[in-house]
Design a protein around this ligand. Structure first.
Ligand SMILES: *Cc1c(COP(=O)(O)O)cnc(C)c1O
Length: 376
């Protein structure tokens, strides 16, 4: 059976995890948390990276730093993971969903401005499959209406838009290191902060509302309760697992992109024959091979393809059920404008197995099975 996902593993993780244990520092903000943050700051150029317990928590921190509260509105795509919305719904803000572009499955930047009201405070964008949203247009709208921009870059580490790393373009960027992502620590994430004036507030928020981060750096002689906060810092053992993968980041990234390109090449004839659609990567976007998907004609054909692949011992999965049609979406949000693509395209999309340990032979076998389905 070819699984849909296998958690990333290089084989060296235990060496660093053991080191974290021997350091006698297994709580947060030890050697490996620092190394991971510095690594991310190095590859992205962000002012500050704070490792978190999940991307969900990074998004929650972003919502708090944007000061989102009851009565505020946030514009986002409906085709996303629940965490994008949970982050600010938890603060009492309302979700205003707009339609996606069918080519990238990202928020349609041309529909955002029409959804802006006097209550709108932020735009939460999602870089689906590590392919960037049209950030130039989005930042321009945000500037015009004084809105904050939060990038849910859960899938988008090591991706760029016109040369700029994703997660660093908006006010805040959020990465995920869940086991389904390109680099993992089991559960974990990171918050990227663009404007340095938010760093202190973010550090306090992450450390239960205290200035313990300053205390650790020797900047204050005792730490105190400074503001509201929570516990958003991961164990250094988990960070040690993640850092091991950062030590091989280029190799992991290149392998995934190679598998992605192989899928694309092998399935292109089916696209040319008009049987399926393959992902679009607009000019100026560099992705990280996070996900490979194809689109079938419709839901019925997708269901048959999933069954066919299962018989070939291959697990393929669909993705998000649009948030606006889910029970919580009806309660906490509304869809602005027409749902032309969100529902329709989500019903056609099918993800093929994609993970670091996936072999060339497996990709060949999987693509062969898809071709067999359509040639039958
Ligand atoms: C994975 C993912 C998340 C959640 O990440 P966690 O680290 O599991 O909290 C949020 N948004 C998107 C788009 C994701 O893909």
């Amino acid at each position: 059976m070819i699984r849909f996902n296998v958690p990333p593993y290089t084989g060296n993780e235990l060496v660093n995890v053991k080191k974290a244990i021997e350091n006698m520092h297994i709580c947060g903000d030890g050697e490996f948390t620092r190394k991971c943050s510095e690594y991310i700051e190095g590859i992205t150029g962000t002012s500050k990276c704070l490792l978190t317990t999940s991307c969900t928590h990074a998004l929650e921190m972003a919502a708090l730093l944007c000061d989102l509260k009851e009565g505020d509105e946030v514009i986002l795509p409906s085709y996303t993971f629940v965490s994008t919305a949970d982050a600010f719904v938890l603060r009492g803000a309302k979700a205003v969903f707009v339609d996606i572009r069918p080519d990238t499955m990202n928020i349609d930047e041309r529909l955002i401005e029409d959804a802006v009201t006097e209550r709108t405070k932020a735009i939460f964008v999602v870089h689906y499959a590590g392919v960037a949203c049209e950030m130039a247009a989005i930042m321009e709208i945000a500037e015009r209406h004084h809105l904050k921009v939060v990038e849910d870059a859960a899938q988008a580490i090591m991706c760029t838009y016109k040369g700029r790393p994703l997660g660093t373009i908006g006010d805040f960027g959020c990465f995920s290191f869940h086991e389904t992502k390109n680099f993992s620590m089991g559960e974990g994430g990171a918050l990227l902060i663009k404007d340095p004036s938010y760093i202190e507030e973010a550090e306090i928020l992450r450390e239960k509302g205290t200035d313990r981060s300053k205390y650790y750096r020797g900047q204050v002689d005792k730490y105190r309760w400074m503001n509201f906060g929570s516990s958003y810092l991961p164990s250094d053992m988990n960070a040690a697992y993640l850092y091991t993968q950062f030590e091989m980041a280029d190799e992991i990234n290149q392998t995934r992109v190679a598998r992605w390109n192989q899928y694309y090449e092998l399935l292109s004839p089916l696209q040319q024959a008009g049987k399926i659609e393959l992902p679009t990567v607009p000019e100026g976007c560099v992705h990280n091979g996070h996900m490979f998907y194809l689109k079938t004609r419709d839901l019925e054909e997708r269901t048959r393809l999933i069954d066919f692949m299962k018989k070939k011992d291959i697990l393929t999965v669909f993705h998000y059920v649009p948030l606006h049609s889910a029970p919580a979406g009806l309660k906490f949000g509304r869809f602005h404008g027409e749902d032309r693509y969100t529902t329709r395209e989500s019903e056609r999309l099918l993800r093929l197995p994609m993970f670091y340990q996936l072999t060339e032979e497996q990709v060949e076998y999987i693509a062969g099975a898809v071709r067999e389905f359509y040639e039958a």
